[in-house]
Design a protein around this ligand. Sequence first.
Ligand code: PRP
Length: 207
Amino acid sequence: MIQIALPKGRLGEKAYERMAQAGYECPAILEKNRKLTFENPEKGVRYFWVKPSDVSIYVERGAADIGIVGKDVLLEYRPDVYELLDLKMGKCRMCVAGPEDFYDDHSRLLRVATKFPHIATEYYKSRSRDIDIIRLNGSIELAPILGLSDVIVDIVETGKTLQENHLVVLEEIVPISARLICNRVSYQFRQKEVFNLQAQLAAVLEE
Ligand code: PRP
């Protein structure tokens, strides 16, 4: 069976719908319970739900052959996996955001709060701006409001969270969307199954 790691939550559910349309359905997954793995031997698939930021760990280490993960996670953790397909869902932007009247005073370090320290560091390195990273795990928007940071580097989807907290996008770093990833060994040794899955899914996405 092909092992597929899905990110828990809305994106994962949407991604599963596409997998089902592509012929990899597993009706047990829709049952409301706390099980974490679901399989459909007829279709040769076993799915499991994992924390979105853990999907690439399962795939990189071969516990999953295939995974669905946001480009943000790939950019942040840079796992050694193949990126097979842009699923064109879960679209959002990685941005620098801050107060409307933000002014970057270059005479001191810029304090940047984020869940994505690697992405933020690389971005500011490319701009030769020295920063002080403040690593947070959620509610990032609070940081500039409370004076913990000057700006944030975070995901912006609808822009609502920023708007309701009187913050604005200052710079766009990179567009983000969900990607189909594959373990490197599985890609070689389960070539046929992986190619089929990739092709079927690509066809569904084009409909
Ligand atoms: C994400 C992100 C923003 C928000 C953006 O947070 O960190 O806070 O969504 O979405 P919007 O532009 O549509 O308002 P998430 O819901 O993952 O929560 P957390 O980061 O606070 O844990």
